[in-house]
Every structure is written in C-alpha cells, then in structure tokens.
Design a protein around this ligand. Sequence first.
Ligand code: ZN
Ligand code: FE
Length: 263
Amino acid sequence: MPLVVEVVPLLADNYAYLLVDETSGSCAVVDPGEAAPLLEPLRARGNRLDWILLTHHHTDHIGGAIELARRFRARIAGAAADADRLPPLDRRLVEGDTLALGALTVRTLATPGHTRHHIAFLVEDTQRPAQPSDLFCGDTLFIMGCGRLFEGDAATMWNTLEKLAALPETTRIWCGHEYTLANARFALSVDPDNPALRARLNEVEQLRAQGRPTVPSTIAQERATNPFLRARDPAIRRRLGLERATDAEVFAALRRAKDNFRS
Ligand code: ZN
Ligand code: FE
C-alpha cells in the first residue's frame, strides 16, 4: 500500500504531517511545531509513532518534538550538523541517509538556504518505483514560493531549488507553511502572462475559500508556476531587466522583490 499522508495544521499557518505505512502500521511525523494537534490523529492511528522527522531547527517546526518523543517512545531524526540546536537526536542524518517507514524508504536530502543545515525528506516506495514519491521540504520550497534566506545566500538556495526541481515531475510536494495565496499574488506580479499560474491561482483561491489546504503540489506544477524555479524564463527576466544575468542572480532578484512585496 502506498504512503498515507495526513495534513495537521498547527500554530498560525504551519503544517505538520503524519506519514503512515498502512501495511505495517509504521508512523512518522514531520515538523511537529506543537504536540497537542497531533495527539488525536495519532490516537486514531493506534497511538504508534516510530519517527519524528525534523527539517530544521526553527521553533515552529520542532516545538512539540520532545513531548511526542516522550509520550510515544518515538525516535527523533534530524540534520547531524544541527545536532546542537535540535532536540536530542536518535538519528543524525546527512545527505543520502535513509531510514525505514515499514516498507517505505525515507531518504534525506540536504537543502541548505533557509537555514544552513536544512534537510528534506523524500519518501519512496522502492518496491513500486512507478508510484510517485513524496517530498517533505519544510521551509525550502513552498507552493509558488520559497523560504526566506535566513542563513544561506541566494546561490546556495538556488542550487537547492534546482536539485528539487530535478526530481521526477510526479513527486508530490508537502511544504511547511500555508503561504500559497500570498505566494501566488507575488508570482503573478512577476509572471503575469503565465496561463498556468492564473489557472493555479483560481484553484488555490477556491481551496482556501473552503478552508482546505493547498498541499500537495507536484514538481510539474511548481516548474510551471513557481517563479523561484523559473529564473531561466525569458519573460520573467525581461520583466526584471535581467536578460543577461545568471540564473542565480535572477533568483536573488526575485527573492529580494518578494521580501519587499506588498500585495
Ligand atoms: Zn523556518
Ligand atoms: Fe517555518
């Protein structure tokens, strides 16, 4: 059976994710910014929690980790290089490391940019390679947006985003915040003639009007609509007056424009 993902909204606009391998009952949670909203979903899954997976050290992603680890005897996994500012880690992860979630494989990707040692988790069904994989990318790639550059420079984040954009187009994207509507409005300001972007804005406006999350997206959708993956696009470059700049320079200009954008 494929991975089951349950979206758990918490704090102001964070998403934690419950990952369940239904065949084995194995369960993991990604980025528990607080514990309380996860208790009922975990109870409904039989009070089993094997792994707590942390993308980075910001409080809104780790705030509930220690309480959940204690209650469920779950193990905490996070970036080895951030061990001194994460909750006590049972697994210290580096690029390429894997851990098992029942029959599924959770692969670690180094995704620096938002923070120096940010990581993402790619969940693969290695027994069924045709099944799309699921990417849990914290504050790196958002739907039609990307994380702020708190510790990384623009070139670092651009490299990270290129690495994610190169994943199979069917890969589903589960990000750390519901920032989609604001991101879409900025995206339209720099890419106004992109029909895929306009169509996507309509879709996400409807989802949000119904109070529903806009996750998951896919790599294909992000390549078509996310300006931060489209630094090569001639129309975006023309609009910024950066026809001759490098991709990383265009990305940096987009990130600065977003930081100063008021919709
Ligand atoms: Zn963050
Ligand atoms: Fe965050």
